[in-house]
Unconditional design. Sequence first.
Length: 258
Amino acid sequence: MRGCLGEVAEINQNTDPKDAAEESTEQTTKQTYPDIWTELRALRDMVVELNVHVELLQRENSATELTSLGTRLTATESKTSDLEKENADLQTRLSSSESRIDQLERSRLSSMIQMFFFVSSEKPKVAFYTALTDAGTLGPYNTAITLKYSKVFTNIGNAYNPSTGFFTAPVKGVYNLQFTAFGIDAGVTGVYVYKNNQRIMYNLEINNSNYVPEFFTKSLVLELTAGDVIYLVLPSGYSIYDDIYNQSTFSGSLLFTL
């Protein structure tokens, strides 16, 4: 055995230095490679960790942006709600103003109507002027007839009716009435004045000669109630004359109301 160990030692002593260097390098490499892989793995883990961190940051930024957008959206919705409330308030005020204006217009119109009727009722306008006929002589007749003054020149208030010969008082008041009776043939010219069914005046003129004009004019101031009727009647056996010159007339007007 000593011989064997001696041989081994000898072999070892006779080993080539080059081989020894290669062996040393191989050992060093074997030691270095594991360190590099460790570092690479560490770098990989670091990169993964950084990626995760970046993704988390991105998510946080996205969440922050979403939160910011949500906040801005909420603010916008709140502002929109405020604007809608303000608009509703303006609409309410506008409707109220329109209603107020409508009430004022109605009140003003009502006041104007009341004033119109007040003025109208206090001082209505009534006046008429008429002439009898263009036919010449009327009468004498066997019965009394109501004279219908057919030529109407003025009829303010439409109180005179040419179809009946009646003047109808539209309001209670004091009226001035006037008539002229003209005759040109021999005979008697005369006129009755009636208020409703009551005769209140009788006038006549006797003409003894043909073609000699005779006439008379009378006026009356009467207190009449609304609906009272005034008209003229030609008595039986009497005559009256009129032509284009309007010699026989009937007229009247309201002096004042009562």
